[in-house]
Design a binder for this molecule. Structure first.
Ligand code: B12
Length: 511
């Protein structure tokens, strides 16, 4: 069967993410004997509409798959939603052809019934895509309803029907990104060649979806040798500047990440690595030293708070001491570390917020050291169905029972004074170039120009490490806050009001 797979994700700034999941699915479908073509719309030069039209006309697909990675950008002070553009793509496919349209991806898995309905697709694949998509293609070929295929959702007579996903072992699969897409435009803008070392997340954070419909909570580990073989093959074939491990939490389980790095060290080549989602626990001198020797020069670390109280509230599974010890160990290195803080969860107060800000002010400043820290503070916690936070938010009246979960929904602790919170965050940003605020993400629109300059000057990536220098320049010249939204607390209150909240956080506020 001819199968066209479309990457609908068009977010191409310095966080550009090659469609790894779609490539896994392409590889599985090709291995099952199908003729597969991937249409990557991320950097499409022509209009999206004409790129789709052209692919359908020339390839004549018999089934089309479309990936939905991002629903929105999870940023309350700079909100962007991606679904309207993706729905438009799906509707134009439907206008052009009657072949079955299948949706998959992490965004699709989060709220399958709603995404299926919005895109008017025939089937939706939840969680892992490889085996399910191949089985689904077989039933489409035979003209049989895929009712017994695990992980497939569809509308039938009595509404949405979903079979439980099959979260099988994660072995023997290589997505071979470079076979399916051109990885160079991603690299040019600062993106890396992504590698997954395991699936599943066993953490129990109250706001998170990774351990649910996206990957499940059972760890499915890929043998270290197999992962490093994939790196080795990609290194020889495509020579990427940096590899990025895209696991939910890179260093959990710790032993697996150690095994992986030791396996890298046994190989005769050198490569540069980075990772997103590094857990602060066990991030001591020995572990950081192993990371450095294996070729890591940067990573993202996700404590979400430096307040003991908030770490407990979020059920992060580590303590403030772990976060402090990680900072002390990182400060003795030359790594670039991008720290993420999520302000506003249950029980957050202006005092717990200040604890996190003080942590950044006291412990993440450069002070002449080789390390580069960036401390990214988001305010507002995105609420997803199926999480513990969803229950809390609904019970506290943050949105009505029958709310549309596809619109970004937010939680903010009622113990916060929002005007004061915004003031505290701005003050920290004005004192410390390491502090980067959610609304600063607006500058990502200049990524392309900045990346071209960095590339020309031969500056090493990841380019986010230059946020600190840019902030310092901005502070010394006075331009740091030139484009600050006029009333940021008002923006937060407006969002809450729009989602149906009428509690005391917005009382007395008139937009
Ligand atoms: C790593 C990661 C990042 C890295 C990416 C680095 C890189 N080089 O790729 C960084 C930190 C840069 C990042 C940034 C962002 N991220 Co992110 N990220 C992740 C994470 C942890 C893993 C993604 C991944 O690569 N998974 C591995 C692949 C193999 O899995 P997969 O894509 O799910 O694919 C499988 C299935 O979904 C399915 N499938 C996929 N496509 C298709 C298509 C078809 C047709 C079928 C049948 C099946 C199918 O099969 C695949 C194989 O089994 C996820 C959370 C998670 N655990 O999934 C969040 C996640 C995807 N990110 C998210 C978001 C929001 C973002 C940002 C928008 C944040 C921001 N403010 O900028 C940006 C967007 C970047 C971009 N350009 O798209 C959200 C998306 C949900 C939402 N609310 O919209 C997620 C789900 C996290 C969350 N909040 O819950 N991210």
């Amino acid at each position: 069967m001819r199968v066209l797979l479309i990457n609908s994700n068009r977010k191409h700034d310095l966080l550009a993410a090659p469609p790894l999941g779609l490539c896994y699915v392409a590889e599985a479908a090709a291995a099952a004997g199908h003729q597969v073509k991937v249409l990557d719309l991320c950097f499409a030069l022509k209009s999206v509409q004409s790129s789709i039209e052209n692919a359908i006309r020339t390839f004549q697909p018999e089934t089309i798959g479309i990936s939905v990675r991002n629903i929105d950008n999870v940023n309350m002070l700079h909100p962007v939603t991606y679904l309207p553009e993706i729905a438009e793509m799906a509707h134009s496919i439907k206008r052009l052809t009657r072949v079955p349209l299948v949706v998959g991806g992490s965004g699709a898995s989060l709220m399958p019934a709603n995404v299926l309905e919005l895109l008017a697709a025939d089937f939706i694949v939840v969680s892992d895509g490889e085996e399910t998509f191949v089985k689904l293609l077989a039933s489409i070929e035979k003209g049989e309803p895929p009712e017994a295929v695990p992980g497939v959702g569809m509308m039938n007579g009595d509404g949405f029907h979903l079979t439980p996903p099959l979260l099988s072992e994660f072995r023997g699969r290589t997505p071979d990104l470079g076979r399916w897409i051109d990885t160079k435009p991603y690299e040019k803008i600062g993106g890396s060649y992504n590698i997954q070392t395991k699936r599943g997340c066993r953490q129990g954070c109250i706001y998170c979806t990774y351990n649910q419909s996206i990957e499940g909570n059972r760890l499915r580990i890929r043998p270290a040798v197999e992962v490093v073989d994939e790196v080795e093959e990609a290194l020889h074939k495509y020579r990427p500047k940096t590899f990025e491990f895209v696991d939910s939490v890179f260093n959990d389980p710790l032993e697996h990440s150690v095994e992986l790095m030791e396996e890298i060290l046994r190989r005769p080549w050198k490569a540069e690595f980075t990772a997103m989602g590094v857990h602060p626990s066990n991030l001591d001198k020995g572990y950081l030293d192993l990371m450095w020797r294996a070729g890591f020069r940067s990573f993202m670390i996700t404590p979400e708070s430096a307040s003991e109280h908030m770490l407990r509230s979020y059920r992060k599974g580590f303590s403030r001491d772990d976060v402090v010890m990680a900072a002390e160990a990182i400060n003795q290195t030359a790594f670039s570390a991008w720290w993420f803080f999520m302000i506003g969860g249950p029980d957050e107060t202006n005092e717990t917020l200040q604890e996190s800000l003080d942590f950044a002010l006291d412990r993440l400043q450069k002070n002449g050291r080789a390390v580069t820290n960036v401390a990214h503070f988001f305010i507002g916690v995105r609420v997803y169905p199926g999480t513990k936070l969803w229950e809390i938010a609904r019970n506290e009246g943050f949105f009505p029972d029958l709310v549309d979960p596809l619109q970004p929904l937010w939680y903010l602790s009622e113990k916060l004074d929002l005007d004061r919170a915004v003031g505290q965050m701005n003050r920290a940003a004005s004192l410390c170039p390491e502090v980067y605020l959610g609304f600063d993400e607006r500058v990502l629109v200049f990524s392309k120009i900045a990346a071209t300059v960095f590339d020309f000057l031969g500056f090493p990536g990841p380019y986010w490490r230059y946020f600190r220098a840019a902030n310092q320049f901005g502070l010394s010249t006075g331009i740091r806050f030139m484009y600050r939204p006029a009333d940021m607390a008002g923006m937060l209150k407006d969002s809450l009001r729009r989602q149906g909240y009428s509690g005391h956080l917005i009382q007395g506020y008139t937009p």
